[in-house]
Design a protein around this ligand. Structure first.
Ligand code: IMP
Ligand code: MG
Length: 180
C-alpha cells in the first residue's frame, strides 16, 4: 500500500476546505448533508471546523461497484432531513465520474433547497461523465484507486487515518479475504 496523503496532510486539507466554505457562507446557517458511507470520516472532521450554525443530515449513495469501477448508482434518501428553503452543502469523499454529486444535487433541488453547493475531499483527474463540478475541493489526485479516510474497497479500509493507493495484488488479496 502506497501512502498518497498522510494524516497531517489530510488534516491540513480539511482545514483549508473548512476555511473556504466559511468564507463563502459568511456565517449564514447551513444544512450540511453527508453522502454516506464514504464521506463519514471527512464529514465528522469538516463539520467541527465550520463556524456557521449547522443542521446536519445524511443521504446514502452507492455505485454498486463490487470492485473498483463504478456502475449503476443507487440513492437512498430514507434518512434525509427537510431541506426546504435551506442552503445545502453536500459533502462527499471523492469526485470520480461525477454521477453521485450530479444526482444528489438534483435531488436536493427537487426537495426544495434554496441553494446547493458541493464539497469533496478528493477530485480525481480523469474524464468526468457530467457537466457539474464540485464547488469546494481539498485535493486533486491522479486517476488511481484509493482507500482510507472513509474510502473503501469492498467496505474495508475506511478506518485508515491516511489515504493510500491499493496495488492490484492487494485488491486481489482483499477480495479473497472478504469473500466468506
Ligand atoms: P462518482 O459518482 O463516479 O463521482 O463516484 C463517487 C463514489 O465512488 C464516491 O463516493 C466513492 O464512494 C466511490 N469512489 C470513486 N473512486 C474511488 C476510489 O478511488 N476509491 C474508493 N471509492 C471510490
Ligand atoms: Mg461514496
Amino acid at each position: 500500500m502506497r501512502v498518497l496523503l498522510s494524516e497531517d496532510e489530510l488534516n491540513q486539507g480539511v482545514s483549508r476546505l473548512a476555511d473556504e466554505i466559511d468564507q463563502h457562507y459568511e456565517g449564514r446557517p447551513l444544512t450540511v448533508i453527508a453522502i454516506m458511507t464514504g464521506s463519514l470520516v471527512l464529514f465528522a472532521d469538516l463539520i467541527r471546523r465550520l463556524s456557521m450554525p449547522q443542521r446536519v443530515g445524511v443521504i446514502r449513495a452507492s455505485s454498486y461497484r463490487g470492485g473498483t469501477t463504478s456502475c449503476d448508482l443507487q440513492v437512498d434518501a430514507g434518512m434525509m432531513i427537510d431541506v426546504t428553503g435551506r442552503d445545502v452543502l453536500l459533502v462527499d469523499d471523492i469526485f470520480d465520474t461525477g454521477k453521485t454529486l450530479e444526482r444528489t444535487s438534483e435531488m436536493m433541488k427537487e426537495f426544495g433547497a434554496a441553494s446547493v453547493q458541493t464539497a469533496v475531499l478528493l477530485h480525481k483527474q480523469r474524464e468526468h461523465l457530467v457537466q457539474v463540478r464540485p464547488n469546494f475541493v481539498a485535493f486533486q489526485i491522479p486517476d488511481e484507486f484509493v482507500v482510507g479516510y472513509g474510502l473503501d474497497y469492498l467496505d474495508m479500509y475506511r478506518n485508515l487515518p491516511y489515504l493510500a493507493v491499493l496495488d492490484p495484488a492487494e485488491i486481489e488479496a482483499t477480495a479473497a479475504e472478504v469473500e466468506l
